[in-house]
Ligand binder design. Sequence first.
Ligand code: DGL
Length: 261
Amino acid sequence: MKIGFFDSGIGGLSVLHLAMQALPDEAFLYYADEEHVPYGTRTREEICTYVDEAVRFLIGEGCQSIVVACNTATSAAIEYVRGRYDLPILGMEPAVKPAVQHADGKRVLVTATPFTIREERLHHLVKMVDKEHLVTLKALPQLVVFAEREEFDSPQVRAYLSREFSDLDLHDYGELVLGCTHFTFFRPTIADLVGPDVELIDGGEGTVRHLVDVVSGLPSEGKGSVHYYRSGVPQENKEELEFYARLHAQLDKALMFDKED
Ligand code: DGL
């Protein structure tokens, strides 16, 4: 099956990375809307227009299912695009539910973009699962900017995160939700800052499990492949492919770190 992945930028690679491991025989297309990143500070109308454009492009390339590998785009536009196109369109959800379950009575810090943090969709989810009012919401928009610069650990990244966490007593927290797909790249840095007693969790695995269900029973491509597009422009030259190889290597490190932890 041809499966389209979409994000405003490089964040969705963190979900694609897991999907390529879970479904090694499928053909993946990855669309990064680098012309309009970041989405987290945009309006719903803008995001709906961009997501619609990307979904149309991926369908035009023959995709039979699409993963909106972006929490912000899911919050803003998933119902909109599902209503317009007749194919499975999967979205992301900040992993608040498993975090509250694992937190064992400790507090849960949910991080995401300003759009996701503001949106009714997240507030509704928190209301459903956070019966004991243990959840704190925090927008970390600058992490998207750092990620797009391939800056995953630097004095600037650490200073930014330390500043953002300075009003929290991290000893009270048992779980930290990475509610933006870009944030997965920072797992080792964030884990180092918050310490070993705070577990980091994201929604990537849940979405990939759902994708495996959608794909199961349908004919596979037989040979795994991946193609990358920046707002519709194919990325094919050596330098461009090296860029994606570097990001997958960073994800190997980030996700491996998680397993060792
Ligand atoms: N990667 C995106 C998310 O999961 C959004 C990043 C952005 O464009 O602000 O929310």
